[in-house]
Design a binder for this molecule. Structure first.
Ligand code: BGC
Length: 357
């Protein structure tokens, strides 16, 4: 009786452990195991785009490959254990989107001990010579697009008061977005309040915006939000505080909710980063590495990114600013979202006005 109880609680524990990591394709015996380690779940892209696109492309390119998937829920020690578990389970390539770029050096160094190559996915792994490839976007360019769009929306308004809601400082991308935005905004507007947002949490961004509104007596002319999640948090805070009309708010990721907010005029812009070539490019690199096939030089075309220890061969894709008037020619034309996805009852009129059907 006692033994059965102990056994069944062991089963429960085992199930709980496997719930955080999953494997797909090829069966447990594959020798071609690729680990995909994503950083968080509060931002929609990872589970709705990156993961399914990556998995589908790996399966299409390599029927006997197996994927070990984990999401770290924005916790660096969790990501470290997930990476170690993947290596123990026989992963032959790590595709790592680091929660903390500096802390992830330890993961890359550990992988090297087992001769496992590492692809730095979307966010750069810093301070390690053991990063084989980096695939991402021009991230300072993302910040510049956001800053430039905000200036356009402010239309030369004198002494415009801007609140900046940046991303997580442990994410190298957040630093680049912030620097890119500052390079455009500084000297042109007054940065009245500025925050770094731990973990990129939309809830944290909402708190930050609430604080800013209290301090500024609701006088805000524009909001720089680093991504759509934080932008959504800032908009929620302004609605609660009764700010009307809403000032222009930036974003990034072309999340479905953000595209809908843009069409009804609640958010000014987002940055569309085509996740299809990013995820599929990473899959292509991972399959070449797992098969021991040489990666074609056309993949990086000589591009590198310095991570303080190495010039990492890089694939850097181009971000695109999306406003109400080009939703149709960008995310809809690319089938990133279909008209059916966007134009639910609440947004039908706005879709018609934007020529989306
Ligand atoms: C990614 C963004 C994402 C953010 C929060 C950044 O590193 O580039 O697309 O919104 O992390 O997860």
């Amino acid at each position: 009786m006692k033994v059965t109880r102990i056994l069944s609680s062991l089963v429960v524990v085992a199930l709980a452990i496997t719930a955080c990591a999953s494997t797909t394709g090829g069966g447990g015996t594959s020798t071609k195991k690729i680990a995909l380690l994503l950083p968080e779940t509060k931002t929609a892209r990872y589970e709705s785009k990156d993961r399914p696109l990556f998995e589908a492309k790996v399966k299409a390119l390599c029927s006997d490959c197996q994927i070990i998937y984990s999401n770290a829920n924005q916790d660096a020690p969790t990501q470290q254990s997930q990476a170690e578990a993947a290596l123990t389970n026989g992963a032959k390539v790590l595709v790592l989107d680091p929660v903390d770029g500096a802390a992830a050096a330890a993961i890359a160094n550990k992988a090297k001990q087992s001769n496992v190559p590492v692809i730095s996915y979307d966010r750069l792994i810093l301070n390690s010579p053991n990063v084989n490839y980096y695939i991402s976007f021009d991230n300072a360019g993302v910040g510049k697009l956001q800053g430039t769009a905000l200036l356009t929306a402010l239309n030369g308004k004198a002494n415009a008061s801007v609140v900046m809601i940046n991303g997580d400082p442990a994410d190298n991308n957040a630093k680049l977005f912030k620097a890119g935005a500052h390079s455009v905004l500084d000297g042109k507007v007054t940065i009245a309040k500025e925050y770094d947002t731990p973990g990129w949490g939309p809830d944290k961004a909402q708190d930050e915006m609430t604080q800013a509104l209290t301090a500024l007596g609701n006088k805000v002319d524009g909001v720089y939000a680093a991504n759509d999640g934080t932008g959504g948090g800032a908009i929620a805070a302004m609605k609660t505080a009764g700010v009307k009309p809403l000032p222009p708010v930036t974003g990034q990721d072309a999340e479905l909710a953000a595209i809908q907010r843009i069409l009804i005029g609640e958010q000014y812009m987002t940055v569309y980063k085509a996740i299809v070539p990013e995820a599929e490019g990473a899959a292509q690199l991972a399959v070449d590495l797992v098969n021991g096939t040489a990666v074609p030089s056309s993949m990086t075309a000589g591009a590198v990114t310095n991570n303080t220890s190495k010039d990492v061969p890089s694939v850097l894709l181009k971000p695109v600013a999306v406003m109400k008037d080009n939703v149709k020619t960008t995310v809809v034309a690319d089938k990133f979202w279909t008209a059916a996805d966007i134009c639910t009852a609440q947004y039908a009129a706005a879709c018609t006005a934007a020529g989306i059907s």
